[in-house]
Ligand binder design. Sequence first.
Ligand SMILES: [Zn+2]
Length: 246
Amino acid sequence: MEFNKARNIIGLRVLSDNVIWLMVKDKSVVVVDPSVHEPVIRYLNENNFHLEAILQTHHHPDHIGGTKSLIERCPNVKVIASSKEKRRIPFQNISVEDGESLSILGEEVKIIEVLGHTSSHIAFFLNGENPVLFIGDTLFSGGCGRIFEGTYQQMYSSLERIKSLPKNTLIYCAHEYTKKNILWALNLRPEDQDIKNKLSEVEKKISLNELTIPFLLEEEMKINLFLRAKNLEEFTFLRANKDLWV
Ligand SMILES: [Zn+2]
């Protein structure tokens, strides 16, 4: 379990490398991409908290797998998902679109569509003094999502959108892939001091059994080759190269 002190965001590690994020305010909780329900229910029960809303970034099973069971236990919960995904996220009861804002736990949450990993992937952005972005599988520390349904151009544009957010945005992705991604990046850029430093930092956190996520946009832009790509051509080369990396 990890804390963001400014926002009270907690990460639950589940499955092989997923992280379920829980944002807590007073006694209410918002959960992002609950791949499974048990640890979420346990956390709610242990603290006597109430589940206010479920945010879904996209339809993959390791993001929506726990949602049905959470709805059964918390029938009034809001389930917020892309209006384009009514078929693949059928239990949504608040359907949202790019650019829309809604109020969750008294905070304004803006919907940012980030296509590429899927044809309707969305992210949830909370602005203010300590901006936060729940990005699902679009960006990881040191990497980005695989392009399953979209195009290279869409994913490149999605990363450009992320780069236009405030540099102090803390980014919460859904997988702990950092070390693998950094090893890939170092293989391509073996002399890069920023990436080498990042590997040491990541290895230290892992040795302490800490999560390497969330990450700060400003720092990520120095070490993430996908964010550093100068044009679509370079991005496409990197993505294709990473797809072949084991
Ligand atoms: Zn996914």
